[in-house]
Design a protein around this ligand. Structure first.
Ligand code: DGL
Length: 285
């Protein structure tokens, strides 16, 4: 197997991190990405935080060993529980998480009442309230755990009456508190954004401003990167999953658009990941 280098190694429990990939490629389509979806373990959100730390560490070791120049934890619950651990364990490689950048942005936005939609693990970790109030202690932060969202997005169900009913249930407490801004604190949620905005227009007297942390991640990465550095692989990407590669192939065309995405498998062996055979996706008609 040829060793290829990648500008970024990006990971998530599943397809959520593709909302970050989409944002990264929007700013610079020439970069190359090695993506790892740990779909054998999706969803992460309801799992013990120690287990999530183990997954995040194993995946980061794998991405570092597979010649990535930087790691993007495109997973809020991993960022909430494992970012500093991974940064200490792998000092040779820059690691960017989802939470710090958007927290600084929201704290400086002038809004007082901030809602956070996130998975149970991220809510439990209290990472968003802690980091936002470290920037500005007087802000009011209201968190809502949304366990139904990740299974919906993983199965490609992004709109419809049932989706809107679930969204309304999660937005209600934030509407009652009159939140002025909402952070999408899980990378799966931006794929529900049109439906979230539609429901919010009906529920809030004045619709909240919605923050997607992926935009801040893109800004953080461009600060890290030497603009003169040579790009690897000329915009070719590889998407690996610990689940079923044919499912991921279908999800890629749904979430990133049709393309000849290169898909492959990785497998857990204890606390380590190993790469299995790759299949080249066929361009679709
Ligand atoms: N997309 C991830 C996050 O940002 C994990 C979601 C999950 O698997 O529960 O938190």
């Amino acid at each position: 197997m040829t060793i290829e280098r990648y500008d970024e190694g990006v990971f998530d429990s599943g397809v959520g991190g593709l909302s970050v990939v989409r944002e990264l490629l929007r700013s610079d389509p020439s970069q190359s990405i090695l993506y790892l979806a740990d779909q054998f373990h999706v969803p992460y959100g309801g799992r013990p935080l120690e287990e999530i730390r183990q997954f995040a560490t194993g995946i980061s070791r794998f991405l570092s060993a597979n010649s990535c120049d930087a790691i993007v934890m495109a997973c809020n619950v991993s960022s909430a529980t494992a970012l500093s651990i991974v940064q200490k364990k792998f000092p040779e490689i820059p690691v960017v998480g989802m939470i710090d950048g958007v927290s600084a942005k929201v704290a400086n936005s002038g809004f007082q009442k901030i809602g956070v939609l996130a998975t149970q693990g991220t809510v439990l970790s209290e990472a968003y309230p802690k980091i936002i109030t470290a920037f500005k202690p007087t802000l009011d932060i209201y968190q809502v755990a949304c366990p139904a969202f990740v299974p919906l997005v993983e199965s490609g169900v992004l709109e419809g009456r049932e989706v809107e009913r679930i969204i309304a249930e999660y937005l209600h407490p934030l509407a009652r508190k009159r939140c002025e801004a909402i952070i999408l604190g899980c990378t799966h949620y931006p794929f529900l954004l049109p439906a979230i905005e539609k429901v919010a227009r009906n529920l809030f007297s004045s619709p909240p401003v919605i923050f997607n942390p992926a935009e801040s991640v893109r800004a953080q990465l461009s600060l890290l990167r030497d603009p003169a550095a040579v790009r690897h692989n000329e915009g070719r990407h590889l998407f690996l999953t610990t689940g079923d590669p044919s499912v991921l192939e279908h999800q890629l065309s749904l979430f990133l658009g049709k393309g000849d995405w290169k898909v492959g498998s990785a497998e857990w062996s204890g606390e380590n990941l190993r790469r299995l055979a790759e299949i080249a996706a066929q361009p679709r008609a």
